[in-house]
Design a protein around this ligand. Structure first.
Ligand code: BG6
Length: 492
């Protein structure tokens, strides 16, 4: 196992310290980094929220959170107690004036620490928190601000947030999180493409027939109906996570792995995405909303019931799109992407379907199906599979069938796969923004999403219902089958 290098000593102030993200993701991620010896002794994690609470009470909450969200086998009582000693708390009103002096006094105790401010709050508060940080002299060279999504709900609101934050933080100190970029296999996509010669040469329209990106979830809207109903799958998943995956898949080789080189290349892909117009919205998009059904063998109610009583809603919980990247490399190669809640499986994968060979010397009946497919599995069972045609063993003529060259990361590396937030939090402390989104990327992605949202808003029909536990409306199957292609799970 590679040596884990400690980062510089830091004071990480987490606004929204009693919220869901802090409880489920940030505290467990920091605990693991501590356990691995990556967090130096003088570092502090300072919870900040409006609730009046003692440091002890905050530590107790954190202990409960870790017990819930870290598997018992990874919770070592001594380590846990030592980690909790790094936690501190201050009551601060992000929207108002209270508590800022207390925070300033706490931070002044260790003026030389790296200072990430993690805004795990509603984006409405980003502007006022940043203004307060600046007004209290809390921003210096070693400060960084971390913004959670959603960064706005359209281009206009995203710009307003970016302007407000940009008034007090220079762009290099702003870390916009897209946690998909912190997933190990997503980074592996960079390794696969740019540390091997065999794939990159084939990464062109001459050889690739099409690409599929699927991010399926079995969960519904859980406790987030209020947020989700004003968002929907396009804003919640496509504008950020799926487009970022598409960028890493489609971008040219960056000059180096430095933040701006990588982000420049991703930006070019976003700029090359063909906008979806009212004219083609029917042909290349499908919106769905889950109805009652069954997931994992258990009956579940529909989206409208999840909103709390059969409420009217045109919010989409499923999206399938056929996208075009208008560039020399990708001309004529469709990117089919889809995501949804209440699908049969939690599954994220990228499938690269290579073209059939130009001429076959084998009898037609010897072929099972389309040859050569590369499947990059992001979750679960992370790994990479290359399907190659092989001869079926034994007599009986030349019968061909696809066989997998299969790398399962779990079996190969035999170690725990760190959660995306672990990597990203440490990158913030290091000041490495490669896996974070730059302002222009977020805004270009919104401009593209806005045109689709507008085209949908002008359509009279609501999203199509699909039963929970299915792969979305049948129209999503038709979207790809019209082109003589099939979604990956249907191929087996
Ligand atoms: C979040 C979305 O960004 O990503 C959620 O807001 C979604 O709706 C989540 O459930 C999916 O993340 P993961 O890592 O579980 O695939």
């Amino acid at each position: 196992m590679a040596t884990i290098i400690p980062v510089a000593s830091f004071d990480c102030v987490v606004f929204g310290a009693t919220g869901d993200l802090t409880t489920r993701k940030l505290l467990p991620a920091l605990y693991y980094r501590y356990k691995d010896g990556q967090i130096p002794g003088t570092s502090r994690i300072i919870g900040a929220s409006r609730s009046e609470m003692s440091v002890e009470a905050f530590r107790e909450r954190a202990r409960d959170a870790l017990k819930r969200f870290v598997p018992a086998r990874d919770l070592d009582e001594d380590k846990l107690a030592a980690f909790l000693d790094h936690l501190d708390y201050v009551a601060v009103d992000g929207a108002g004036d209270d508590g800022w002096e207390d925070l300033a006094a706490k931070l002044a105790e260790r003026p030389d620490q790296v200072r990430p401010y993690y805004l795990a709050t509603s984006p409405d508060l980003y502007g006022s928190i940043c203004r307060n940080l600046s007004a209290h002299g809390l921003i210096g060279e070693k400060s960084r601000v971390v913004l959670e999504k959603p960064i706005g709900k359209d281009l206009k609101s995203a710009r307003a947030i970016n302007d407000a934050v940009g008034e007090v933080f220079p762009e290099e100190q702003i870390f916009r999180i897209d946690h998909y970029l912190g997933k190990e296999t997503v980074q592996n996509l960079l390794a696969l493409r740019f540390a091997n010669t065999i794939f990159e040469r084939l990464w062109t329209a001459d050889v690739i027939d099409h690409v599929q990106i699927t991010v399926g979830e079995t969960v519904g809207v859980e406790g987030r109906a209020g947020y989700y109903d004003t968002s929907g799958a396009l804003r919640d998943m496509v504008q950020n996570h799926l487009l970022q995956l598409l960028c890493l898949m489609a971008m040219e080789s960056p000059l180096t792995l430095d933040a701006n080189s990588v982000r420049d290349e991703k930006l070019k892909v976003l700029r090359a995405l063909k906008p979806i117009t009212p004219h083609d919205v029917q042909a290349v998009t499908v919106r769905g909303q889950y109805a009652a059904g069954a997931v994992d063998g258990k009956p579940v109610q529909g989206y409208r019931a999840d909103l709390g009583g059969e409420m009217e809603s045109r919010t989409e919980t499923f999206v399938a799109l056929k996208l075009e990247v208008q560039s020399w490399r990708w001309a004529g190669v469709p990117f089919y992407i889809r995501t949804g809640k209440r699908l049969p499986q939690k599954l994220s994968e990228i499938v690269v379907q290579f073209r059939a060979s130009p001429f076959s010397i084998f009898p037609a009946e010897s072929f099972g199906r389309e040859p050569n497919r590369l499947v990059i599995r992001l979750q679960p069972e992370e790994g990479i599979k290359l399907e190659v045609m092989t001869k079926d063993p034994g007599p009986g003529g030349m019968r061909l069938r696809p066989t997998n060259l299969d790398i399962s990361f779990e079996e190969t590396f035999k170690q725990r796969y760190p959660d995306a937030y672990e990597r990203l939090l440490m990158d913030v402390v290091r000041g490495n923004a490669t896996l974070f989104m730059r302002r222009d990327e977020v805004e270009v992605a919104w401009a593209w999403a806005d045109s689709l949202l507008k085209a949908w808003a002008d359509r009279p029909e609501p999203p199509r219902a699909y039963p929970a536990g299915s792969w979305g409306p049948t129209a999503a199957i038709a979207l790809i089958e019209r082109d003589g292609r099939t979604w990956h799970e249907e191929m087996h």
